[in-house]
Design a protein around this ligand. Sequence first.
Ligand SMILES: N[C@@H](CCC(=O)N[C@@H](CS)C(=O)NCC(=O)O)C(=O)O
Length: 307
Amino acid sequence: MRQLKPLYQLTNAAARRRLLPALLNGADYHSLTAPPPPPGIFNQRGGPCGGLGSARWYTAVASAVAPDLSVKGERPFPKDVVLYQYEACPFCNKVKAFLDYYKIPYKVVEVNPISKKEIKWSDYRKVPIVTVEGGKQLNDSSAIIDDLFQKLQPDEFPDDVEEKKWRGWVDNHLVHVLSPNIYRSPSEALESFDYITTHGNFTFMERLIAKYTGAAAMYMVAKKLKKKHNIDDERAALYGAAETWVDVLKGRPFCGGAKPNLADLAVFGVLRPIRQLQSGKDMVENTRIGEWYDRMEKAVGGSARII
Ligand SMILES: N[C@@H](CCC(=O)N[C@@H](CS)C(=O)NCC(=O)O)C(=O)O
């Protein structure tokens, strides 16, 4: 399979020459570089996402949404967590939503998407990468979450089929709807690159060049991505995904019931970077997802990042 570098590298002249034609031919760096979903997705709460009567969940109160990690003896907290990331990457934000919700303190190393010098030590060339106590390396957002979750709750078993299904939907469907939306028009592409370049690790020159060349390139790439993923109307696809997710809730506060499960955290995580962009604002204005999103913001709370 052809290995594509991310859109951020379009600012590098050599990368631009090599990669732009591939991207313009409809290559999607998410799907082309994504490995198959890892096995062993663990159930957070017990009980499937679907099929539960809704009435009992209406009574859930806000204070019930904090994770319950009471264990006998010492709490098995992952230590020395370091997240190597791009600030605007949906997969990285999925991991951050998990770490924030579980209040696992973590350090962030913002990777320069062009030189990637911060992850020179790693054979795995994508982000997110997480290292934990003793320097153990974890790759791939879902596998990272599974591994850390198992450390937190070693007695939980991977028996929630629905939670696993909707986590897969995030990786295989929802993320592919995002790029055509955030780069939909020249002004939205510029808005997105303004966010990417102000939050990412770029040198001064890279930032200047990336904002305009990246926005122009991704505006064109977004058209190809639409075709590749059979999307006629990108906003309709985004609204459709948001409505699908609200239907999954079946009237409950969260997919996990009274508390978010890993599927809630995955959907929230990938949507968080677009929430303040035009596409995110449109999504909240035109669909029913806003109330769930607000509940998730409260449940996840402040960042557990330490530096
Ligand atoms: N399946 C992976 C996908 C990770 C991924 O594609 N990350 C992108 C950034 S959003 C990446 O690092 N691409 C390769 C690159 O930057 O060269 C995951 O869930 O972590």
